[in-house]
Design a protein around this ligand. Structure first.
Ligand code: PEP
Ligand code: MN
Length: 341
C-alpha cells in the first residue's frame, strides 16, 4: 500500500501516519523530496486492509496494491480447482451441465425433469426449494418438502443435486438434502452466510450479484475459502445494465477474466442472464467458447405452466437439442463432460 501525503505535509502529520502504521504492526518506508512524501507500507494483508488512513491530516491518497483476496487467486494456487461431487466433477477441463426447473413444484415434475436431464447428458440436477422472489406474493417454494423431492429425483437418476440457501437459518437443513449449496445473486454479499458456508463441508455454487464487480465476486468467494471450504464454483448469471430486451446482460468478458484471476471453476447461467429461452442455446455455446467450466440451464417439463421463470425455461426436448448443440464446442475447447458414471 502507498500513502501519498499532500504537498508540503508537515513533519507531525507524516510522523502521525507512521506511528499509526507501526502501532498496527506494519512497516513504513518514506520516500519523496522537499514537496511530496510517499509512505510505502509493508505488512500483513489483514493488518494493512484494516487501516483506514484516508481522511487523516496531510493524507492525499491511499493506493492499495494488494488485491482484497488471496486464497481464490491464481498467485496462491496456479492449478485449476476441480470440485468433485458424486458422479460429477467441474473444473480443470471437466464441464458441468446443471439442469432443472427454477422451482421444485411436485415429485412428478422433478422425477420427469431428472430423467430428461440425465438422458440428455446433464451432470447435475437443480431445483429451488427456497426461492428468493422480488415480490412476496410470488411462489416462494416448497421448503423442506421440496428438498425431499429434489433428493429423491436426484437419487432416482444418480445425479448430484444443487439447491439454493437463502438464509443462514436454513443452511443446515438444506445441507442435509443437497450435494451443492447455491448462494443466489441476491445473497452474494450476505457475509454471515458466506462465513457459515465456509465452515461447512459442502461445495458452494456462488452466483454473481446483480451489480457486483468481478472483484466483489472474488472477495465473496474468499470468505468461503477463508473459512476452510475450498470447493467453490463461481457463476456468471448476468448483471443489471440499461438493456431491457434481455432480463440481464450476460458478461462473458467476466468469465474470461475470472478464468485468468482465479483457479475456481466458473460456470454460466444463460437462463437468468437472458430471461428468454430462444437465447439460451447460443449463450450456452458462447459461454463455453469464453472458457466456462459449465452451464446451469433451467428446464421444466411444461414451461407454460411453470410457477417460476417459465419464459426462460427449456422443454426437455429443447434441452436435449442444446446438449447436442454444445457437444462439438466441448471438444473444440479441449474439455470433456464432467461425469464419471
Ligand atoms: C436461481 O438460480 O434460481 C436464481 C434465483 O438465480 P439468481 O440468484 O441468479 O437470480
Ligand atoms: Mn429461476
Amino acid at each position: 500500500m502507498l500513502v501519498i501525503m499532500r504537498d508540503h505535509a508537515s513533519r507531525p502529520e507524516i510522523d502521525h501516519v507512521v506511528e499509526l502504521l507501526q502501532e498496527a504492526g506494519a512497516q513504513a518506508h518514506l520516500s519523496g523530496g522537499e514537496v511530496k512524501t510517499i509512505i510505502g507500507v509493508i505488512g500483513d494483508r489483514e493488518v494493512v486492509y484494516a487501516l483506514e488512513l484516508e481522511g487523516l491530516p496531510g493524507v492525499e491518497e491511499v493506493i492499495r496494491v494488494l488485491k482484497p483476496y488471496k486464497l481464490v487467486g491464481r498467485d496462491f494456487q496456479a492449478d485449476d480447482t476441480v470440485v468433485r461431487v458424486g458422479s460429477a466433477s467441474v473444473g480443470g477441463g471437466d464441464i458441468a451441465v446443471i439442469a432443472g426447473p427454477c422451482s421444485i413444484e411436485s415429485q412428478e415434475q422433478m422425477s420427469v425433469v431428472a430423467r430428461a436431464a440425465r438422458d440428455a447428458g446433464a451432470t447435475m440436477l437443480r431445483g429451488g426449494a427456497y426461492k428468493p422472489r422480488s415480490s412476496p406474493y410470488a411462489f416462494r417454494g416448497l421448503a423442506e418438502e421440496g428438498l425431499k423431492m429434489l433428493r429423491i429425483a436426484g437419487d432416482e437418476v444418480g445425479l448430484p443435486v444443487v439447491t439454493e440457501v437463502i438464509d443462514v437459518r436454513d443452511a443446515e437443513i438444506v445441507a442435509e438434502y443437497a450435494d451443492i449449496l447455491q448462494v443466489g445473486a441476491r445473497n452474494m454479499q450476505n457475509f454471515r452466510m458466506l462465513d457459515d458456508l465456509g465452515s461447512m463441508n459442502k461445495p458452494v455454487l456462488l452466483k454473481r450479484g446483480l451489480s457486483a464487480t468481478i472483484e466483489e465476486l472474488l472477495s465473496a468467494a474468499e470468505y468461503i475459502l477463508k473459512g476452510g471450504n475450498r470447493d467453490v464454483i463461481l457463476c456468471e448469471r448476468g448483471i443489471r445494465t440499461f438493456e431491457t430486451y434481455t432480463r440481464n446482460t450476460l458478461d462473458l468478458a467476466a468469465v474470461a477474466a475470472l478464468k485468468q484471476l482465479t483457479h475456481l471453476p466458473v460456470i454460466v447461467d444463460p437462463s437468468h442472464a437472458t430471461g428468454r429461452r430462444d437465447l439460451v442455446a447460443p449463450m450456452c455455446r458462447a459461454g463455453l467458447a469464453a472458457g466456462a467450466d459449465g452451464l446451469m440451464v433451467e428446464v421444466h417439463p411444461d414451461p407454460e405452466r411453470a410457477k417460476c421463470d417459465g419464459p426462460q425455461s427449456l422443454t426437455p426436448e429443447a434441452f436435449e437439442a442444446v446438449m447436442k448443440d454444445i457437444a462439438p464446442m466441448v471438444s473444440l475447447m479441449g474439455t470433456r463432460m464432467g461425469w464419471s458414471a
